[in-house]
Design a protein around this ligand. Structure first.
Ligand SMILES: O=C(O)CCC(=O)C(=O)O
Ligand SMILES: [Fe+2]
Length: 346
């Protein structure tokens, strides 16, 4: 699916407020934000996979250079995004989806060249996401298609390409409200194209927030809850947010996100790294039968609970025991308890 979202405050934004005001920015020269060149993959597949895996385990975020999506195509998507959002709201409203999706849908775009452009970009993102999933499988000594086979393009919910604009404000916002509240992503991983600063992430250790660097022609790769769960929390789904500090309130912020989602019917099974096995991961027994679709429904239900809103039938028909378990897993909320009830070190 391809969508466009203009957002001032997503529901998640309200979650962060008070804590955000107390946190100071901190950078550590010895443990810099990982920047990795994916262009080395063909020459050194093992080494590149190991680098990416390590960064994903420690930071859950990395800047990926040499990703193979040409600059001109990314430029053209940013131009398309600006052109789309600059249209009058009545025109944009024709593509408004619904409250749950909070965005505009490109599927029925009558402008065929633009729709084609968005679709072509979407498939470039899909290819990159598949190479990354294969790279994780390599680093974990799994079959190359271990993750990709659970990301079939013709199954729900599918990956989502989202053009996002955070609109300029007429006056400074209340600094207690970040531009986008802190959260982890719910899918498998996210690719993020952004040309302006503002994204902040929780670095390894307890060190406040660190700004993600803006590296020309690079894409930010962000591990989401799905891969964190799959890997038995070896890969980190890291809290991130958008602050007001580095981009003036009177400027729009544009970003392009590609959310990668496992198939809703894919079984949610945790893998376990074997000590001393050189990266070999095996399936660990789970006491429950749940799917990635169930996980996403639980996250949706947690949002409704938090904001006292009513969910859809689908959001609410999840087994309450599974909801409690997800709350305790610690992927979304950083508390560190696993499915089998044993603490798991991050
Ligand atoms: O727009 C950005 O830079 C971050 C977006 C994000 O984190 C999200 O939509 O999940
Ligand atoms: Fe996010």
């Amino acid at each position: 699916m391809s969508t466009a979202t203009e957002t001032i405050a997503q529901p998640l934004a309200a979650a962060s407020t008070a804590a955000a005001a107390e946190i100071t920015l901190h950078t550590n020269q010895d443990d810099e934000f990982p920047v990795i060149d994916f262009g080395n993959l063909a020459r050194d597949p093992e080494g590149t996979a190991a680098q990416i895996f390590e960064a994903a385990c420690r930071w859950g975020f990395l800047v990926l250079k040499g990703h193979g999506i040409p600059k001109k195509d990314v430029d053209a998507m940013f131009a398309l995004s600006a052109e789309f959002f600059d249209q009058p709201s009545e025109i944009k409203a024709e593509k408004w989806m619904n409250q749950k999706q909070q965005g505009y849908d490109f599927k029925d775009w009558r402008d065929v060249p633009k729709r084609t452009q968005a679709e072509a970009f979407r498939s470039q993102c899909r290819n990159l996401s598949e190479s990354l999933l294969q790279t994780f499988a390599r680093a974990m000594d799994l079959a190359p298609d271990f993750f990709t086979s659970a990301h079939s393009p013709d199954k729900d919910p599918g990956n989502v390409l989202r053009l996002i604009r955070y609109p300029a404000l007429p006056a400074p916002a209340d600094p207690r409200f970040p531009r986008l509240g802190e959260h982890t992503d719910w899918g498998t991983l996210t690719l993020l194209f952004a040309r302006t600063p503002g994204l902040e992430v929780r670095p390894p250790g307890d060190r406040g927030w660190v700004p993600a660097p803006v590296v020309e022609d690079a894409v930010i790769v962000n591990i989401a809850d799905g891969l964190a769960l799959w890997s038995g929390k070896a890969l980190k789904s890291t809290m991130h947010r958008l602050s007001w500090d580095s981009l003036p309130y009177d400027m729009h912020r544009y970003s392009i996100a590609y959310f990668v989602n496992a198939n809703a019917d894919a079984p949610l099974k945790m893998l376990k790294g074997e000590v001393g096995s050189g990266g070999k991961y095996v399936e660990a027994p789970t006491e429950f039968a749940a799917t990635f679709g169930d996980y996403q429904a639980v996250r949706m239900r947690m949002i409704h609970e938090k904001f006292n809103t009513e969910g859809t039938e689908e959001d609410l028909k999840v087994d309450p025991a599974f909801v409690d378990m997800v709350k305790n897993i610690g992927v979304a909320h950083g508390t560190g308890v696993t499915f089998d009830g044993k603490g798991l070190e991050q």
